[in-house]
Design a protein around this ligand. Structure first.
Ligand code: 5GP
Ligand code: MN
Length: 350
């Protein structure tokens, strides 16, 4: 089926559905929140549907503006409501993740949802067998961009972005902006087309940029300063390794999500081709974020050594203690060793 045929099928399923739930991956980022917000807004306003966004856990407060006052459920804060909702969902739209396991604690509840399951995602290797209909492409910037293409094919939109609800248009622009790191990565011709059409439709991009990039607390900048001057180690192999421990978060009184974007910074250095950021979590695990320049696969390293995956140039995973490393104090040594070997084995000619 081509995308137009799939969109026609989806539109029919929307007509038939009485309870539609839009869900994204755990620790939602701008693309996850943006795509859920855009889809629910479209379904409510243009199709008069009972549609609700469901997040496995909460998104950073800096993204509150994307959902605005629209009702939504955060499963780890209200599991009973999330389960009740999924129990009567007859159309489940999964956005910005390729396997149910990315919903973490919500995985089983999603699998047991009785409704039809639709995937709209831009990661490699989607678990197509888990979905009744899949829109999947890695040649787009974001789930928001793919969702935009799907929405443009809806019978009531007919490629006219001005017919989208204003909240949906703004949410799509937001998710595309964060996943491209404000047009720095993963920009395809379609990405700029979508941005241009949304801008022409009246999206206030300046307001979005202000909320995303010019509303920081001074704490974040101070933390960034310490990270760059003290905690980032650049290895001779071209990898930069940064480990953030709990005392760092306490010292700077950081809020959830305030280290977002830190992993990109080491790539500003000419010879750095891979940046790895390991963050200690309260449960003693470490979350790992990886970014790379073209030619180095962050995805491969995340999959091989950090129980994760993602995109070629942006991926994530975790370090489990003591399975991977005996103690938190040894994490830096472990990550530096893994990084050096990975670069040596795959990208050094000597
Ligand atoms: P971030 O570093 O922003 O948390 O994640 C970057 C990208 O890596 C995400 O967009 C997602 O594609 C991927 N990713 C992050 N965490 C995981 C994970 O635990 N498993 C997998 N498979 N991918 C992840
Ligand atoms: Mn995404």
């Amino acid at each position: 089926m081509n995308i137009s045929e799939k969109a026609r099928l989806l539109s029919g399923w929307i007509d038939e559905a009485e309870c539609i739930t839009c869900v994204c991956h755990a620790r939602p980022d701008g693309d996850a929140v943006g795509s859920c917000a855009a889809m629910t807004s479209y379904l409510r306003q243009c199709r008069s549907k009972d549609a609700l966004a469901l997040f496995p856990d909460s998104a950073p407060a800096s993204l509150d503006f994307v959902m605005g006052h629209a009702d939504h459920v955060v499963a780890d804060a209200d599991l009973a409501r999330a389960q009740a909702r999924l129990g009567r969902t007859d159309l489940l739209i999964c956005l910005d993740f390729n396997t149910m396991s990315r919903a973490e604690g919500l995985e089983q509840a999603l699998r047991s949802c009785p409704g039809r399951k639709v995937l709209i995602d831009h990661h490699q290797s989607p678990a197509l067998q888990d979905f009744d209909l899949s829109f999947s492409s890695v040649s787009v910037s974001s789930a928001c961009e793919l969702l935009y293409s799907v929405l443009m094919l809806m019978p009531d939109i007919q490629s006219d972005a001005t017919r989208l609800p204003a909240a949906a248009a703004a949410a799509l622009m937001t998710g595309m902006t964060t996943d491209t790191n404000n047009f720095a990565n993963s920009v395809f011709p379609g990405t700029l087309r979508m941005a241009s059409e949304l801008l022409a439709a009246g999206v206030d991009r300046e307001a979005i940029i202000d909320r995303l990039y010019f509303c920081e607390r001074p704490n974040r900048l101070a933390a960034q300063g310490e990270m760059l001057s003290e905690l980032m180690h650049i290895l001779p192999c071209g990898a930069a390794v940064t480990v953030l421990r709990n005392d760092f978060y306490k010292r700077h009184a950081l809020l959830d999500g305030e280290t977002e974007g830190f992993v990109n910074m080491p790539l500003a250095v000419k010879d750095v081709r891979l940046s790895i950021l390991a963050k200690e979590e309260e449960d003693g695990r470490f979350r790992v974020s990886l970014r790379s320049k073209a030619g180095v696969s962050a995805r491969l390293l995340a999959a091989e050594r950090f129980h994760g995956g993602g995109h070629e140039q942006a991926s994530g995973g975790k370090i489990i203690i003591p399975a991977d490393v005996q103690s938190a104090d040894l994490v830096r040594h472990y990550v530096e060793d893994v990084a050096a070997r990975f670069m040596q084995e795959n990208y050094c000619n000597n």
